[in-house]
Design a protein around this ligand. Structure first.
Ligand code: UDP
Ligand code: MG
Length: 344
């Protein structure tokens, strides 16, 4: 049921991206609602079903029918899997809370920590973002090392921003920060970089992630690698400069070698230098470098081409908003009634 009434602004909106999380949704809902009810914080939950192949959408439908009346539940269901970053963007567009939070559905990130973050923001007016970081990583050594190297490379390559190592997407922030993030509707999204780029005063809060309540992580090592490479390409043009510096170094090398051959080998020692193996090696080396540099330029061009199409970040096939669809619409104060959109 749509209505012209306006809503009371929730204290907090939690955005929950869900991809094949049917087994986690009831548990997450119970935990989040009880933690924030106890803290007397009015809560809005925005679930994004990212084209799940399991019963996630049915679980969300059930929740939308049976949720407690002191909690607003929104469900946005995508027409296919668009990825977590698109899910977060859709959530930011839908969020109405004074404070907005990002939290995974799998219970690795404890709603109790989110509540501590909320209180920190309440108590510190000079702080805009509270971000959780992992004090200890209980991951395979190779993965840990790769992440460490990624942060070092990213920060060395990026002129504008630094991403603090081990800072996660699990964070709460004021609505202004959400608005700033929404002002960047780029197609290749890399949240950690976007958060650093928009700035704002950020406090880091330590946390230790739990084991997944149910299901498995949807990130493989190669997906993480591509995500990390995407982050570097999205926030620095430094790789494009490889061509220039490789050109300078090889030209200098060639000049020094030429002088050596002419002056030392030919002029002083008087030997006719056999050039064939040297030529083959140099041609192969420079050919390889040229292809590598062309490949890097191609990566940027491809991204520019895709960005230029201005495609939406996601297509929503269904939206549920308990604030407007329920019989129990809350009485008004300051949010105008929303409209149903199909795309963003
Ligand atoms: N997720 C998503 N779309 C995807 C992959 C993941 O919305 O394509 C969600 C997922 O349901 C979870 C969060 O993003 O709530 C983090 O994913 P996951 O637990 O697989 O990642 P990990 O914790 O291993 O980094
Ligand atoms: Mg997880």
């Amino acid at each position: 049921m749509q209505t012209n009434q306006t809503l009371k602004t929730p204290d907090l909106t939690l955005i929950v991206p869900c991809y094949n999380e049917a087994g986690n949704i009831p548990c997450f809902y119970r935990s989040a609602t009880s933690v924030f009810r106890e803290a007397n914080v009015s809560l809005e939950l925005v679930f994004i079903d990212d084209g799940s192949a399991d019963d996630t959408l049915s679980a969300l439908h059930r929740l939308a029918r049976t949720h407690d009346h002191d909690v607003i539940v929104q469900v946005i269901s995508f027409s296919r899997n668009f990825g977590k970053e698109s899910g977060l963007y859709a959530g930011l567009q839908a969020a109405r809370g004074r404070i907005v939070g990002l939290i995974d559905a799998d219970m690795q990130q404890d709603p109790k920590i989110a509540c501590q973050m909320y209180h920190y923001l309440q108590e510190h007016n000079d702080c805009d973002v509270v971000a959780a970081y992992q004090e200890e990583r209980h991951e395979r050594r190779l993965l840990r090392w790769s992440k460490h190297m990624f942060y070092r490379t990213f920060n060395a390559a990026s002129d504008e921003i630094d991403i603090p190592a081990d800072m996660s997407d699990f964070r709460l922030f004021r609505h202004d920060v959400a608005t700033a993030l929404l002002s960047m509707p780029e197609y290749f999204r890399f949240s950690k970089g976007l958060f650093a780029w928009v700035g704002f005063r950020t406090h880091a809060m330590p946390y230790t992630p739990h084991q997944r309540h149910s299901g498995t992580s949807s990130w493989s090592f190669s997906q993480l690698f591509h995500y990390a490479m995407g982050g570097i390409l999205a926030f620095t043009t430094w790789p494009l400069k490889i061509a220039k510096w490789t050109g300078v170094v090889s030209a200098l090398g060639a000049l020094i070698y030429l002088l050596y051959v002419v002056i030392v080998d030919y002029g002083i020692k008087g030997i006719a230098v056999p050039g064939y193996p040297t030529l083959v090696c140099l041609i192969l080396l420079l050919g390889g470098v040229q292809l590598l540099v062309l490949g890097i330029i191609g990566e940027y061009l491809a991204r520019d081409y895709l960005e230029g199409k201005h495609r939406p970040l996601y297509i929503a096939r269904e939206r549920i908003d308990s604030a407007y669809d329920d019989e129990s619409v809350q009485e008004s104060d300051d949010i105008p009634a929303g409209t149903k959109e199909e795309t963003a």
